[in-house]
Design a protein around this ligand. Structure first.
Ligand SMILES: [Cu+2]
Length: 257
């Protein structure tokens, strides 16, 4: 029996379509080794994942302690899930991400001290699921100061000097709202002298994300004297368009914590 060429091509295409998604599906353990626990910053974790349709999210926690609800963006914002909705409660909940777009997850329980896990324990996040053929988002997300966040008495220049930044990378400044702020000094001189630009050019949410879009950026805190006390650093970013990975800017909704 002769098999003609189109048949073979269709056959190969079919096999490829069946095999490739399965082979590339990834399990993302929510919170990594920490699992699904009270007081972990899941939003930052989610921003650091590259998630594709077909991938799975795995929530690990002691049975009975917490739960998982997939909600809409309003439910995520307000920590709300309808009383009719049944959450996941197995302690090892696996959710397959079947469509692209933003997916929202919350916990609806109280911890041992009677505190709400979503409202008070930041057990909530959204994650952006990419279509199989979408390019990986460019850039890396760095938490400024790592676990210390954006605060006094940290050597931020030493923190920045240890890293190779690219244009398109993002810096996340975490701090209690009202205590600090984030400004980009307009040049090296205003950086050295701690002169912030206009007040309306600063960020002050406490969870501020800045995309590096220029080779040189100077960051300073706008709170009185904080810059002079060391809340300042300079970042040099290379241009990754010279490497094949860069594909435009990354879309984000800032979380409201
Ligand atoms: Cu400050």
């Amino acid at each position: 029996m002769a098999i003609n060429k189109p048949t073979i091509i269709i056959f190969i295409a079919t096999v490829a379509a069946l095999v490739i998604p399965a082979a590339s599906a990834t399990e993302h353990i929510v919170g990594g080794d920490k699992g699904w626990v009270f007081g972990f910053d899941y939003q930052t974790w989610a921003f650091q994942q590259h998630v594709y349709v077909g991938d799975k999210l795995v929530f690990n926690y002691p049975v009975g302690k917490y739960n998982v609800f997939e909600v809409g963006d309003a439910g995520w914002e307000d920590c709300y899930a309808s009383s009719k909705q049944k959450g996941l409660t197995s302690g090892h909940d696996v959710i397959t991400l079947e469509t692209p777009g933003n997916k929202f997850f919350i916990c609806k329980a109280k911890n041992d001290e009677g505190k709400w896990c979503c409202e008070e324990g930041s057990m909530k996040f959204y994650i952006t699921v990419l279509a199989a053929n979408e390019p990986a988002p460019p850039g890396k997300l760095y938490v400024v100061g790592d676990d210390k966040g954006w605060t006094l008495n940290v050597d931020y220049q030493a923190w920045a000097n240890g890293k190779k930044f690219n244009i398109g990378d993002q810096l996340l400044f975490k701090y209690p709202a009202g205590k600090h702020s984030v400004f980009q000094a307009i040049d090296e001189t205003s950086f050295k002298e701690c002169i912030p630009p206009n007040a309306d050019e600063g960020l002050s949410n406490g969870y501020d994300i800045v995309t590096l879009d220029a080779p040189d950026t100077w960051f300073i805190c706008g709170a009185p004297d904080h810059c002079k006390k060391g809340m300042k650093f300079f970042v040099h970013a290379s241009d990754p368009s010279k490497s094949p990975g860069f594909q435009g800017s990354r879309k984000l909704i800032p979380p409201k914590l």
